[in-house]
Design a protein around this ligand. Structure first.
Ligand code: NAI
Ligand code: MG
Length: 354
C-alpha cells in the first residue's frame, strides 16, 4: 500500500461542493490501485478573510510544504475584492512552491455539445506560465482621487522563466501529437513579447521533431473558435494562458469540464490541482455545479503522484458518465445534481482496473 498526504483547500462557493465529490471519487479509485490517500482539510477562504482579516494563516506555506500534493476547489466571494482572494491565497501558493507550469487540458467528450462547429474534435492542452509575466507585483498607483490619478503595472519576463515553460510545453508536445503553438503579441507589445518569441525560437531548435508556429493572441483566439481541432499544445504567458483556457473550456462545452495542474516539475515542492473555474456565486449552494473539472483535476494529481493507471481510469469513468444525458449537470443541459454526477462517475469506475 502506497500512501500520499494531500492538503485540501475547498475554498468558497462551489469549491467545497465539487471538492467533496472529487475526494469521494479518489476514495473509490485509490484502493483498486493499492493507494491510500490521507487528507487534511483547511478552511482558508473568503469567509476566513472576513472573520480574521487573512485568507490563510501566517504559517500556511510552511504547513502546506509538508504535503505531497494540494487539492484546491476555488476561492472568491462577493464582498471580498477578487485581487484580495487571489493574491491572499492562490498566487502566494503558486509562487512559494515554484509551480511555474500551469497545465490546462481541454477536450471534447462524446455526447457533450460544443457551442462551436468542429468543437467535437477539440483535444488540446494550454501550457500557461504561472509565476511571472503580466501577473506581477511591480507597479503602483499615484495621485489617488485626483484627475491625474494613474496606475502602472510592469510585466516581468525572465530568460529562465520563459525557457523553462517553453521547454515544458515542447516536451508535452513530444508526448502528444507533436504540434505546438506559441501565443504572442509581439506586434503590439514591443519589449516582452519579441523576447518571448526569441526564446521560443531558440528552444524550438532543441525539439526538431515538434512542428511549431506562433500566432498573435487575438488571431489565436479567433482560430480556437473557427478551427479548434487544429491545436495540440498551446504555450502562453500568464495572462494569455489564463484567458485562452477559459475560451478552450467554453469550446469543450462548459467551464465545469476544465481541470488544471499547477506543477513544480522539479518535484521539490508540492504541486496543486484545481478546476479552472472559480467559486461561481451564481450557482453556489444549489447543488448544480458540474464536478467533472474537479474530478479530472484529481485525476491529474494521481498522474503526478506516479499513478497513471488510476488517473486514466478516473478520466474514462468521467467520460462514460458524460455520455449518459441523465447524469449530466445543468451547465450541460442535464438535470443531475453535483452529487448525482459524482455518483455516476464512481459507478462508471466499475471493475475497470486497466
Ligand atoms: P466562475 O468560473 O466562478 O463562473 C463563471 C460562470 O461559469 C458562472 O456562470 C458559473 O456559474 C459557471 N460555472 C463555473 N464553474 C462551473 C461548474 N463547475 N459547473 C457549472 N457552471 C460553472 O468565474 P467568475 O464568475 O468570474 O468568478 C467568480 C469568483 O471566483 C470570483 O470571486 C473570482 O475571483 C473567483 N475565481 C477563482 C478562481 C480560482 O479559485 N482558481 C478562478 C476564477 C475565478
Ligand atoms: Mg482564469
Amino acid at each position: 500500500m502506497q500512501s500520499h498526504r494531500i492538503g485540501v483547500i475547498p475554498g468558497d462557493g462551489i469549491g467545497p461542493e465539487v471538492t467533496t465529490v472529487a475526494q469521494s471519487v479518489l476514495e473509490a479509485v485509490a484502493p483498486r490501485h493499492g493507494l491510500s490517500l490521507d487528507y487534511e482539510a483547511f478552511d482558508w477562504s473568503c469567509r476566513r478573510y472576513v472573520e480574521t482579516g487573512a485568507m490563510m494563516p501566517d504559517d500556511a506555506i510552511a504547513v502546506l510544504g509538508g504535503f505531497d500534493a494540494i487539492l484546491l476547489g476555488a476561492v472568491g466571494w462577493p464582498g471580498v475584492p477578487d485581487h484580495v482572494s487571489l493574491w491572499g491565497l492562490l498566487i502566494p501558493i503558486r509562487r512559494a512552491f515554484r509551480q511555474f507550469a500551469n497545465i490546462r487540458p481541454a477536450r471534447a467528450f462524446p455526447g457533450v455539445a460544443s457551442p462551436v462547429r468542429g468543437g467535437d474534435r477539440l483535444d488540446l492542452v494550454v501550457v500557461r506560465e504561472n509565476v511571472e509575466g503580466e501577473y506581477s507585483e511591480i507597479g503602483g498607483r499615484l495621485n489617488r482621487g485626483f484627475p491625474d490619478e494613474m496606475a502602472v503595472q510592469e510585466s516581468v519576463f525572465t530568460r529562465v522563466g520563459v525557457t523553462r515553460i517553453v521547454r515544458h510545453a515542447f516536451e508535452l508536445a513530444q508526448q502528444r501529437r507533436g504540434r505546438l503553438t506559441s501565443a504572442t503579441k509581439s506586434n503590439g507589445i514591443v519589449h516582452t513579447m519579441p523576447f518571448w518569441d526569441e526564446v521560443v525560437r531558440e528552444v524550438a531548435g532543441e525539439y526538431p521533431d515538434v512542428e511549431w508556429d506562433q500566432l498573435h493572441i487575438d488571431a489565436l483566439a479567433a482560430a480556437v473558435v473557427l478551427d479548434p481541432a487544429r491545436f495540440d499544445v498551446v504555450v502562453g504567458s500568464n495572462l494569455f494562458g489564463d484567458i485562452l483556457s477559459d475560451l478552450t473550456a467554453a469550446v469543450a462545452g462548459s467551464l465545469g469540464l476544465a481541470p488544471s495542474a499547477n506543477l513544480d516539475p522539479t518535484g521539490e515542492f508540492p504541486s496543486m490541482f484545481e478546476p479552472v473555474h472559480g467559486s461561481a456565486p451564481d450557482i453556489a449552494g444549489k447543488g448544480m455545479a458540474n464536478p467533472v473539472a474537479a474530478i479530472w483535476s484529481a485525476a491529474m494529481m494521481l498522474e503526478h503522484l506516479g499513478h497513471p493507471g488510476a488517473s486514466a481510469q478516473v478520466l474514462r469513468a468521467a467520460e462514460a458518465s458524460l455520455a449518459d444525458p441523465t447524469t449530466r449537470t445543468p451547465d450541460l443541459g442535464g438535470t443531475a445534481s453535483t452529487e448525482e454526477a459524482g455518483a455516476a462517475v464512481i459507478a462508471a469506475l466499475g471493475d475497470d482496473r486497466r
